[in-house]
Design a protein around this ligand. Structure first.
Ligand SMILES: *Cc1c(COP(=O)(O)O)cnc(C)c1O
Length: 357
């Protein structure tokens, strides 16, 4: 049996998590965010699984075209729109919705009378994408005046919704509300990412845009998915390929950064940064063996990690080791590697075999 790392995608967990979104925001339509290969979970498979979503959000044109070529007829939205005429043409030809967030895009729309569905994006304080709040009324009118443009709504994005105590979110919501009041009619509105859905009901509006919660992780600081009744959609596992008994004073792995302070049973596990397991995962990062959490020891290699078996002495060569997912929250692993679960999922490499269950 191959000892390669395997990512098992639990499609029932995906649909369960989608139902949590519906429960949290029962009145809103749902744009499921599937950019970056559905956060590493497999674009086509996730879109097929989440067929009850009202639309899907993508970062790049080629992801959307890939879905169209595979026969997907769902509403697809490009979150940063188009960058030139050829992309605008492709968006129009493939019936994609585009987010327009800066003036050159507006020019391209004015100069190319192609039928296209447009979301307008407003910067309410994140200072990433979007028109400035004092330009909103003017741009909105310009878009409305274009007969070939079907204006879908006005969206914004929250910068700090993962922290329930951060005043920034209230400020952004109030800037957004003021912008909307300046418009001649009431547009369709969209604000909430997963954190907005879970922690800021006042941000739900007409469309919510869940990403990470669909995959079973909490976007909130210090919480994990189970605390929102979410289920991990991805479980990354590998196998124990060797076990050795180290003495007190023995150093483990590259750089000899960890030294045993007592006799220690050590398992070598067939996963490493070549699979996307984070090289910066520190000693103490949890893995799960036979349902028990055991700590990583020393540096992550390309193909292997070392794990302390003190909590699970009876583990044997060939045992399955969960790196994140069921029994080992990705949020916890991410914290030990000084990153976020989003990045763990997106960084998984081609070497990992992906299975759907
Ligand atoms: C990625 C993204 C989301 C989803 O964010 P999560 O934190 O994963 O829920 C929502 N809106 C926009 C514009 C995004 O780019």
């Amino acid at each position: 049996m191959s000892r390669r790392a395997v990512a098992t995608i639990n499609t029932a967990a995906l649909t369960h998590n989608f139902s949590v979104v519906r429960q949290c925001a029962p009145k809103a339509r749902v744009m499921a965010m599937v950019k970056s290969n559905a956060y590493g979970h497999g674009l086509q498979e996730v879109v097929e699984t989440l067929k009850d979503a009202d639309a899907f959000g993508l970062a790049h044109l080629d992801e959307a075209v890939q879905l169209r070529d595979a026969g997907c007829e769902a509403e697809l939205t490009l979150m940063s729109g188009f960058y030139d005429v050829s992309e605008l043409k492709a968006a129009s030809a493939h019936n994609l919705q585009v987010v327009v967030h800066e003036p050159t895009q507006l020019k391209l729309l004015e100069n190319n009378p192609l039928p296209v569905k447009v979301w307008m994006k407003v910067d309410t304080g994140m200072h990433r994408l979007g028109f400035a709040h004092d330009e909103v009324a003017r741009i909105y009118q310009s878009l409305k005046a274009l007969p070939h443009v079907q204006l879908q709504g006005v969206m914004t994005h929250l910068a700090c919704a993962d922290d329930v105590n951060d005043a920034h979110t209230k400020e952004q919501l109030s800037v957004y509300a003021n912008c909307m009041q300046q418009l001649p009619d009431i547009p369709v509105k969209s604000v909430a990412n997963s954190a907005g859905i879970l922690a800021w009901p006042e941000s739900h509006a007409d469309w919510v845009r869940p990403g990470i919660m669909l995959y079973g992780c909490s976007p909130m600081m210090g919480l994990t998915g189970v605390e929102h009744k979410l289920k991990p959609a991805m479980t990354l596992s590998a196998r124990i390929i060797a076990i050795s008994d180290c003495d007190s004073g023995d150093a483990i792995g590259y750089g000899a950064t960890y030294t045993c302070d007592a006799p220690t049973r050590v398992a070598i596990v067939s996963v490493g940064y070549g699979d996307g397991y984070p090289r910066h995962a520190a000693t103490g990062t949890p893995v799960s063996i036979r349902g028990t959490l055991c700590p990583l020891l020393g540096r992550v290699s390309m193909d292997m990690i070392a794990v302390d078996l003190s909590n699970m002495e009876e583990a044997a060569v060939g045992d399955k080791v969960v790196l994140w997912g069921e029994g080992c929250p990705a949020e916890m692993v991410a914290e030990h590697a000084n990153t976020i679960a989003y990045e763990l999922f997106c960084n998984m490499t081609q070497r990992v075999r992906v299975e759907y269950a």
